[in-house]
Each structure stands twice: as structure tokens, then as C-alpha cells.
Write a protein that binds this ligand. Sequence first.
Ligand code: NDP
Length: 325
Amino acid sequence: MANSSCSQLALVTGITGQDGYYLASHLANLGYQVVGTSRSNDSNPRLEKLIEGKSLVLEKLDLLDVNAVQRVLNKYKPRTIFHLAGQSSVGMSFEDPEGTFSSIVTTTRNLLDASLQQSSGLRIFIAGSSEIFGINQKETVTCSTPTNPQNPYGTAKADAFHLVRESRKIHGIYACTGVLFSHESPLRPQHFVSQKIIRGACAIAKGKQDKLHLGNLSTKRDWGWAPEYVKAMEKMLTLEEPRDFILATGKLNRLEAFVAQAFAVVGLDWQKHVVIDEQLFRPNDGSHPLADTKDATQYLGWTATTTMTGVVKNMVDACQSHVHH
Ligand code: NDP
């Protein structure tokens, strides 16, 4: 695959993550050749299984090293880049703000800078986040809503979002941000509250534990289904002009409703098992805003069809049948 310029060659950074897996699988099914990058060479059975029979290769890459990024772009000459890599947890961003910043902003800058040396047809998708809007906004947000992040992760994502817009204006690069609201799957790591709730409810239903300790249940989130979101990412790079999009279901639910639903699916009353633990409250926590999803529907023909109850059901089903890919 190396050294060939193929109109269908896509580079996916962060392929070992949740979205990386679903996007690589989706792109391969659409006939793309996929080069996925990771910081490590560690074996990854889930991806190795996916590679079987698919046009997919893995490449070790440190995205903080602009020369290494340049080398990989020269080697594969991708026509599309999907930048998904980066520290992706708000909670962890308080513990490592600097590492979070560089993994999101420096890697984005390196990809944009390196892409200037490539052919003009290159198109780049950057994974953004609803955390750029901050919390407790009264108004529905669009891509024109001013950013107001409230944690180190959101600040880094906001910087990357502005960097992409700047590169588009100054250099005319085809680059765009998908402002992603929460999207889940069985591949979500355990340190995300969604997966903690699902695994907790399943373990309690099996009699392996009795209590689940959680933080603030009154915050609202917009939860979607990850395999649907990667389809919108691919569609974004097929538009004639680059454009940022909000990718969300457009429906908000309290975390309490997510918990209640998870326990209901396994046949339990959540109030008998959940313990509210103030030590688990996060600084500057609050509700996410309501997302305006009209543009994605109008320009991409994309709508998130699985909303919170469906997401929970799918995750519980996978948990109970041990399907973690
Ligand atoms: P994951 O955390 O599952 O995967 C991200 C990948 O990035 C990891 O597999 C890892 O790959 C790489 N990575 C992790 N930390 C670093 C770091 N410090 N420096 C460089 N690379 C790192 O994320 P998702 O798949 O869930 O999300 C994909 C993207 O979408 C991320 O940018 C995330 O911030 C964003 N996003 C996701 C949302 C969601 O709900 N899932 C919501 C909003 C935004 P490796 O270790 O192999 O290098």
C-alpha cells in the first residue's frame, strides 16, 4: 500500500480507540484503503481481527513529532485524514492538563502543518467536542456559538477548533471539525461514567456486587451511538466545501435517567443500589447544552437515530453477552 497515491486512501489517527475501530471498519466496508496510526506497536486483538480480509494496515506514529507525521504522509499520500487521537477524558484532563493539551492541539497543528506540503486534494477531519461550549448554556448551540470551555480538555478542543478554522481561512486547507457530543458503545473504556454504570448494573444483576458509587446525577448529556457517528465523519469529507458540523442526537437526558434505564434493562431498581459519593463530583461539572442538529441533517443527510434508551439497551446487551469486540 505504501507509496501509492490512491484516491480512497484514508489515514485514521487513534485507530485503537472506540471511534477508530468503528470508523476503520466503516471505511474499509466502503472500499477505502485504511492506514491506522497508534503511539504503540502493542498487539491489539480487536484490530487484528478487523484487519483480516480488509485493506487495513497499522503504523506506529508519534503525532507530537512533526517530522514523523510528514514521513507518514509522504509514505502513504492519503487523500483523507481522520484525526481521532488524543487524550479523550475530561476527568483525566484535570490530572494531566499539559499532556491533554499537546495530545489535542499540538497533534492537530502538526497534521495541518504537514498537510501543507501535500497535494491540494487532501481533506482532513478533526474530532472536536461539545466540551468547547462549557456548561449550563441556556441556548441551543450551533457551530457559530462562542466557545466557553470549563475544563482543560474543553479548552484544548476549543483551541484545536479555532486552529482548524484559522488554517482554512489562511491557507485554504480542506479541514473541518466534527463537534461531537457523547457517543457510546461497548468499546467505551471503564473510566467513562457511561460504561461504569453499564458494567455496574450488569455486575449487580449477576450478584457480583451490590452497590455502585456515582457522582452528580443531575447533569444532562446528549448520548448517541458511536457506530452512527463515524458515518457522519466520513460524509463530512465528501462535501465540496469544508464545513464544521455538530454531531449529536439533539436530545438531552439527566445522568439519573441513564442510570435508571440501565438498571431497568437488567430488571432492577437503581435507587436500591446507587450510592451518591460527593468525592466523585467533578470540578466545574454541569449540564451540556442542547445541540442544533439541523445542519447535519440538511447537508450530510445524517441523523442520529439511536437515542439514550437505545444506547443503554445496546450496551447492556453487549455487556451481558460479553461482546466487547
Ligand atoms: P478513545 O480514547 O477511545 O481513543 C483515542 C485514541 O487516541 C486512543 O486509542 C489512543 O491511541 C490515542 N491517545 C490517547 N491518549 C493520547 C495522547 N495523550 N496522545 C496521543 N494519542 C492519544 O477516544 P474515542 O474514540 O472515544 O474518541 C475519538 C475522538 O473523538 C477523540 O479525539 C475524542 O476526544 C473525541 N470525542 C469523543 C467523544 C465520545 O463521546 N467518544 C465525544 C467528543 C469528542 P494510542 O494509544 O493507540 O495512540
